[in-house]
Structure formats: C-alpha cells, structure tokens
Design a protein around this ligand. Structure first.
Ligand SMILES: [Cu+2]
Length: 280
C-alpha cells in the first residue's frame, strides 16, 4: 500500500512536472530527495520488515477511518439541535465487551507476526560463512576480518568535496567500505571502545547497539552486489552524525582479490585455512 501510494505520488508528480518526478529509488538503497516509503530492501530480512510494515499500515488506516466515521456520526447525529433530549444510558455490557475484546484481538493479530519476525531476525544461522567485527569509536568505525588473517582498517566519513569527487553521497561517503561477498551469510560482531554507538543499515534491515565491553551480533546475506549505506544510530557525541557505514557487496572473486590486497598491505601471509577459499 505504501508502495502504491509512493508510485501514485511519483506518477502524479511526473504528470504535474514537480520535483517529485525525480523521486525514483536509487539502485544502491540509500536515502534520496523526495523519498517516500522505507528504503528499498536488499535482503530477505528487510523484505519481511516491509511486509510487516504494510500489514500494520492497513490496520492503522482501518482503525483511523473507523474512529473518524464514528466521530463524524456522533457530531452530526447527536448534536444539541438534532438530539435535544440526550439518552441517559450509562452502561451497555455488550458494547463494553466488544470494545475490549476487539482491540485485544487486533493486538494479538499484530503481535504474532511481530514476534515471529523479531525471533527470525534475531537468530544467527548456524551456517555462517564469514565473520567480521565492527568497533564503534568516536567518531568512526574500525573493522576487523578475523576469518582472513585479522587485517583491520578504519572507516571515516569523506568530507563533502572528496565525497563528490568519489561519486558518493554527502555525509554517507566513506574512505573505506566494509567489503563482503554476495550470497554469503555474514555475521557482524559489534562492540565499541568508549561510548555506545549503533551499527544500522536500513536496506539490510539490521540495527544493533555497539556497547563497550560487550559483543553483540547480527547477520545478513545480500544477493545483489552494490553499495549500501547506513549510519551510527545511537547518539554518541559531537560527531555522531558523521560516522556513516558503507558496505560494498561484491562477487566472490572480487572479494578474494580484495582480501589478498588487504593481506598484502597488512603483511599477512594468506593462511592455509583461509576462509576465502571456501567462499569461492
Ligand atoms: Cu553515534
């Protein structure tokens, strides 16, 4: 339904020639001007969040319209002029039972898929193929690749001029991407060094707090190569808004090449049990 509204808005805008006509989703699942709806889903996890969100929207619209109709009816039918002698009813057992039971049922209808989704997204699959560690710092992210010889790098935001030169979006551009292979179950272990941050990537449907002294974990599997952006989502100090998250999903071959480059830079000899071999 949201999508239908979004499409309708874009279509109307195209006909009227307004800037909304430019509101097509960019291919990389990043926020954009005149955007409506959640970010495009890049994982099945995010697709299930989209469906749940749409189901909620139907329920919200139905409840709102029902209450509005009741209000209008009361205003018209029971105002002082049309109803000069008001009823003195104080109790009606049937109505009271109905207005208690129906909302409970609506909440149950919402709660069941909500908990299912929550548990499904929370559970880390047993066949994880790659583990990466993200450490939130003030105010950038450090990444470690323990499965590939434990090379490490920092990801800082690019200033506006460099972002434009690199063809990356302002405030989301990063100097170093988290590179992951496509079609691979990736576990991300998340922690922080001083204050709480949050590693969030809307297109993947993931968000988790980075807490000092604690390891949190999430997982994702992205079928399509591309560049995806997220941001630190827990207020962490002065430059909280300037520690974006950039994930580059590449083919398995490109991933192996990238890992080899990183290992060469770090002076790590590729280990025999290197997990990149298993990925290819
Ligand atoms: Cu932050």
């Amino acid at each position: 339904m949201v999508k239908a509204f979004g499409k309708l808005a874009v279509l109307t805008a195209a006909l009227l020639g307004s800037p909304l006509a430019l509101a097509q989703q960019p291919p990389t699942g990043q926020p954009h001007a005149w955007g409506i709806d959640l970010q495009q889903a890049a994982t099945t996890k995010m697709e299930s969040i989209h469906s749940f969100h749409e189901m909620l929207l139907y329920i919200i619209v139905a409840v709102t319209v029902f209450v509005l109709v009741l209000l209008i009816w009361v205003v018209i039918r029971y105002n002082r002029r049309s109803n000069p002698t008001p009823s003195r009813t104080t109790h009606n057992t049937l109505i009271e039972v109905v207005w208690t039971v129906v909302p409970v049922l609506i909440l149950v209808v919402i709660a069941i898929p909500s908990f299912k989704l929550l548990y499904a997204n929370e559970k880390i699959p047993s066949d994880i193929q790659l583990t990466i560690k993200a450490i939130g710092k003030q105010w950038y992210w450090t990444y470690e690749y323990p499965d590939n010889g434990n090379f490490t790098f920092d990801a800082n935001m690019l200033p506006d001029d460099q972002a434009a030169a690199a063809g990356q979006p302002r405030l989301l551009a990063v100097d170093n991407f988290v590179v992951v292979p496509e079609d691979t179950k990736v576990r991300l272990i998340v922690t922080a060094d001083a204050v709480i941050h949050s590693w969030a990537l809307p297109a993947f449907g993931v968000k988790i707090d980075a807490v000092p002294g604690r390891l949190n974990e999430l997982w994702f599997e992205v079928p399509e190569p591309g560049i995806y952006y997220g941001q630190c989502s827990e207020l962490c100090g002065a430059r909280h808004a300037f520690m974006p998250i950039g994930v580059k999903v590449v083919t398995k071959d490109e991933y192996a090449t990238w890992v080899a480059e990183q290992q060469a830079q770090a002076g790590i000899a590729p280990a025999p049990a290197d997990k990149t071999a298993a990925l290819r």
